[in-house]
Design a protein. Structure first.
Length: 308
């Protein structure tokens, strides 16, 4: 239902339902539909559907990034390799903006859920939690893709360095891959090598790849921070709902306790009233016995006098 409404909204704007965002163009994180005074739940479901579309686009971007990374590692043509690198940079930047957009919109939904009274708050929280879980899964997939690419990239850098210095120690290889002085170490090895032509080509390749390693590290750092932010967001969003549920449970317990106390008071009142009634009739019986005890002898004496 929500996707049908979203498609209608896109058609009204002249945007095809299946189209994604253009490279480098990402909608600003906002939830205007939630503020337009219409049915809040209808607007909420529309926003949920839109975020789901954005998460699907994120997954497509990650798949394309993986393809371009594989191409860059296999390509032997400098022109093709540069084209792939340009596309990869552009797509990575677009994906960075897209993840920030999705994060901001989920935060908007969480804020809306916290300010919504009644049962709708729990419905909003559950639906937002579901789309958030899909987003976190997409982030994990992106992290895995980048980590695999980093590993393969470093392995290729190691192979390039060993072309220049076949007897390189593990420490020297690690210094070239990890250290900021990697270029200097590689250049010194190049001067000592007798395989000049092949070594120069390997050196240029390593220079380029060292810059790419830094880009990969930056992306992984940003994804790690984003993952942490989403975990904090989950805790913050759950707290108000949990407080509401705790308060509701306390109210229910207090009501049950009050009912039990009322029932006890009612029983006590019934027993007290029954005791008073019993006491009353006991008093009546005592009075009758006393009256008979006093009146009967007097009556008998009077009867005897009359007969005599």
């Amino acid at each position: 239902m929500a996707r049908d409404r979203l498609a209608a909204m896109r058609a009204a704007r002249g945007t095809p339902a299946g189209s994604g965002l253009e490279m480098g163009q990402v909608a600003e994180p906002s939830t205007p539909a939630l503020m337009n005074g219409g049915d809040p739940m209808t607007a909420f479901y529309d926003e949920i559907s839109s975020i789901q579309d954005a998460v699907e686009e994120l997954n497509r971007n990650v798949s394309r990034i993986s393809d371009l990374q594989s191409n860059s590692l296999r390509s032997l043509d400098d022109t093709v390799s540069q084209q792939d690198a340009n596309q990869l940079d552009s797509l990575t930047e677009n994906t960075r903006s897209l993840t920030a957009n999705i994060k901001g919109r989920i935060q908007g939904l969480e804020a809306k859920a916290r300010s919504t009274p009644g049962t709708n708050a729990r419905i909003m929280q559950d639906q937002t939690g579901a789309v958030k879980a899909k987003f976190v899964e997409a982030i994990k997939n992106y992290q895995k893709t980048e980590q695999q690419y980093r590993t393969r990239y470093r392995q290729q850098m190691e192979r390039q360095f060993k072309i220049v210095k076949p007897d390189a120690t593990p420490e020297e290889v690690a210094a070239v891959v990890e250290s900021q002085r990697g270029d200097q170490i590689f250049e010194q090895a190049l001067l000592d090598s007798n395989r000049y032509g092949e070594s120069r080509a390997a050196y240029r390749e390593v220079q380029h790849r060292h810059e790419d390693i830094q880009k990969i590290e930056r992306t992984l750092e940003e994804l790690g921070q984003l993952f942490l932010d989403m975990a904090i967001l989950v805790d913050q969003a759950d707290d108000p709902i949990n407080v509401m549920e705790t308060q509701a449970a306390d109210v229910e317990k207090n009501m049950e306790s009050g009912l039990r106390q009322t029932e006890k008071a009612t029983d006590s009142a019934r027993r007290a009233r029954r005791g008073r009634i019993i006491c009353f009739w006991i008093c009546v019986l005592i009075a009758i016995v006393i009256a008979l005890a006093v009146g009967l002898p007097i009556g008998l004496k009077a009867a005897n006098k009359n007969s005599s």
